[in-house]
Design a protein around this ligand. Structure first.
Ligand code: GLA
Length: 368
C-alpha cells in the first residue's frame, strides 16, 4: 500500500500575530503544495526530498535532536505519534514540493501536517483533524522551538477552495467566507529574505504579549487569559504601566482583531477597495507597532501605493522576511512584476519571486 498526501501552503488575508493572542485570523490554502508518498518498509526508514535532502533512521530508536534543522520536523512528528502508539512501522517517504520554504507561506506546517496525516494512516492510528493540528503544533513548540499559534495547521487541515476561514483562535469557532475578487488577484512577492522564525524575535513577541496581559490584569484587577479579551478602556488605563513597547504590541493586537472583523464585512459586501485599505493598515501596524517587518517587505508594500490598480498590500505571515500579499488588478500583474522586480534588484541585490496565489482546498490523502 502506498499513501499520497497533498499538503498545501497557506495565505493569510489579514489577522497577523493574532492567533497566539486568542484573536481572529482570515487564512486560505494555496494551490502550491508539498506532496508526500509513504510506503511501509521492514528494517529502516528513509525520507528524501526533491531538494536533495535525505535522512535514514530506525523509527523505533529513541528521539535524539538532529543538527539538521529540517530533520527535526520529521523526528518530532514521529516522536509525537509514538506518544500515542509506542511501536511504529518503518517507512519510506518521498517528498516533492512546489511550495517555497522560508517564504512565510507555511511550508513547515504543510510538511509536519502531511507527515502526521500519512504516518498515522500507515500505522492505523485514528486521528481527528483537531488531533493532527495539536500534534503539529507540538512539533513546532517542542522540537523546533517556535511558540507559534494554530492558524497554519488549522488552515491546512480545513481549508476549502476559494474560501477564507474566519477563525476565532480562542475557541476555534470558524466560518467559511466565500471569496470573489472579480478582476483582482492575490499576488505574493517573496523577498527571498529567508527566515527560520525560531531564530527571530517571534518568540519574544509571544512573551511580550503574555507579559502585557499580566500587567493589565494586575492593574485592572481582571482575569484576562489573552490580549484579545482585553477591552479598550482597560488598555488605555494600563498605558503607563505597560510602557511604550508593550502598549504598542497590545494596541496592535486589538486593532488587528477589529480589522479582521471589518474585513469580513467588506469582503462579504464586495467592498474590495475598503478591504485593501485595511491590508495597508495591517502592514503599518506590523511595521510600526508590532515591529516584525523588515526593509525589503516595507519597500515592496510602499511601492504598491502609487498604483490605483493595487487595492492593498501587506507583509504576510510571521515576518522578518518572507513575502508580501497584494490585491492587484489581473490586467496589471505582468507589467507590475517587471517593474518591481527591477527596482527590488537594484535596491537590495536580491531576486524577487512573484507567485500568483490561487486558493485551493486543504490537505488530501489517497491510496495509490
Ligand atoms: C507564523 C506562525 C503562525 C502565526 C503567524 C503570524 O506563520 O506559525 O501561527 O502566528 O506566524 O500571524
Amino acid at each position: 500500500m502506498k499513501i499520497k498526501v497533498t499538503s498545501p501552503g497557506r495565505v493569510n488575508l489579514i489577522g497577523e500575530h493574532t492567533d497566539y493572542n486568542g484573536g481572529y485570523v482570515l487564512p486560505c490554502a494555496l494551490d502550491l503544495t508539498i506532496d508526500l508518498f509513504f510506503e511501509k518498509k521492514s528494517n529502516e526508514s528513509y525520507v528524501n526530498t526533491d531538494l536533495g535532502y535525505s535522512m535514514s533512521f530506525d523509527v523505533n530508536t529513541a528521539f535524539k535532536k538532529s543538527d539538521n534543522h529540517w530533520e527535526n520536523y520529521v523526528l518530532g512528528a514521529i516522536n509525537e505519534l509514538k506518544q500515542i502508539k509506542s511501536e511504529l512501522s518503518n517507512f519510506s517517504c518521498s517528498i516533492k514540493s512546489t511550495l517555497p520554504s522560508g517564504a512565510g507561506i507555511s511550508s513547515s506546517s504543510a510538511l509536519v501536517c502531511g507527515l502526521i496525516k500519512g504516518l498515522s494512516r500507515l500505522n492505523e492510528i485514528k486521528l481527528k483533524n483537531s488531533d493532527i493540528i495539536n500534534l503539529s503544533r507540538n512539533v513546532e513548540h517542542k522540537y523546533i522551538g517556535l511558540l507559534g499559534g494554530i492558524m497554519d495547521q488549522f488552515t491546512i487541515l480545513n481549508a476549502k477552495k476559494n474560501m477564507a476561514i474566519l477563525l476565532n483562535c480562542e475557541n476555534l469557532e470558524s466560518k467559511f467566507i466565500n471569496l470573489e475578487f472579480k478582476e483582482y488577484k492575490l499576488l505574493l512577492l517573496d523577498t527571498n529574505v529567508k527566515h527560520n522564525l525560531a531564530n527571530t524575535d517571534y518568540n519574544q513577541r509571544v512573551s511580550e504579549c503574555k507579559e502585557s496581559v499580566q500587567l493589565i490584569n494586575s492593574l485592572c484587577n481582571k482575569n484576562y487569559s489573552n490580549l484579545s479579551q482585553v477591552n479598550k478602556s482597560d488598555l488605555s488605563l494600563s498605558e503607563d504601566k505597560l510602557g511604550e513597547t508593550l502598549y504598542k504590541r497590545a494596541s496592535y493586537v486589538l486593532n488587528e482583531n477589529q480589522r479582521v472583523i471589518n474585513s469580513v464585512e467588506f469582503l462579504e459586501n464586495n467592498k474590495l477597495k475598503e478591504f485593501g485599505q485595511l491590508m495597508y493598515e495591517s502592514h503599518f501596524g506590523l511595521k510600526n507597532d508590532y515591529e516584525v517587518s523588515c526593509k525589503e517587505l516595507d519597500f515592496l508594500v510602499e511601492y504598491t501605493m502609487k498604483y490605483d490598480e493595487i487595492l492593498g498590500s501587506r507583509m504576510m505571515g510571521g515576518g522578518f522576511g518572507g513575502c508580501t500579499l497584494s490585491l492587484i488588478k489581473d490586467s496589471f500583474i505582468i507589467e507590475f512584476i517587471e517593474l518591481i522586480k527591477k527596482e527590488y534588484f537594484s535596491k537590495f541585490k536580491r531576486k524577487l519571486n512573484p507567485i500568483i496565489a490561487n486558493l485551493d482546498q486543504g490537505i488530501q490523502m489517497s491510496l495509490i
